[in-house]
Design a binder for this molecule. Sequence first.
Ligand code: E4P
Length: 228
Amino acid sequence: MSIFIDSSRLEEIKKYHKMGIIRGVTTNPTIMVKDGVTGGLLGIKEQSIKIAKLIDPLPLSVEVLSNNRDEMIDQAVEFAKWAPNINVKITIHGPNGELDNLEVINILETQHDVRINVTAMMSAQQCYLAACAGASYVSIFCGRVNNMGYNSIEEITKTRKLLDLFNLKSKIIAASTREVLNVSEWLLAGAHIVTVTPKLIEGMIIHPYTKETVQMFLNDAKKLSKLL
Ligand code: E4P
């Protein structure tokens, strides 16, 4: 069980990677836009290679930029060549429910040896089918599931039971973190990985009462050093 960082910002990734607390990185086009990645495909390639090298051999997920069948295959094969630790994110289906994606995922995993992270999933049944298609990772957008009024913990639990029962290789990534509490709750529900925003990783570490306690130690350490 581990945490990934949900970011494409090199400095943030470096900060937490140096602490030894992250086991991978996830990105998507929205994260890259927000983080200021520019330069089109070349910019994405350069940033992805920098991140992949920094965290090697830990995995980095980079998402395809298209929902066209052939473009998804071409991009996934290309992205996977950028670095040995890059895996490719593909959504479970298209924006209008187009059904090409599971076949694409199966082709990439079985014929091109590309590790796929199937993304934008909201339910255990989606994750189960993605796992059957051969996905290395299945990403449930738990924060979004909760926002819709459903309980993401139930979806994680069901997904884990199905993967274990049918001996499917996929690892569950619980994504879309919204609160610090999500991390332990989702890991304990059966997610192999939770991908966490940099802000929430900081929130996991820093506690106001720890600050106060450390200040007490430092104040008394000063006094102690003066006692003869
Ligand atoms: C990670 O793999 C996802 O892309 C990310 O956590 C989605 O988060 P969001 O729901 O905040 O967009």
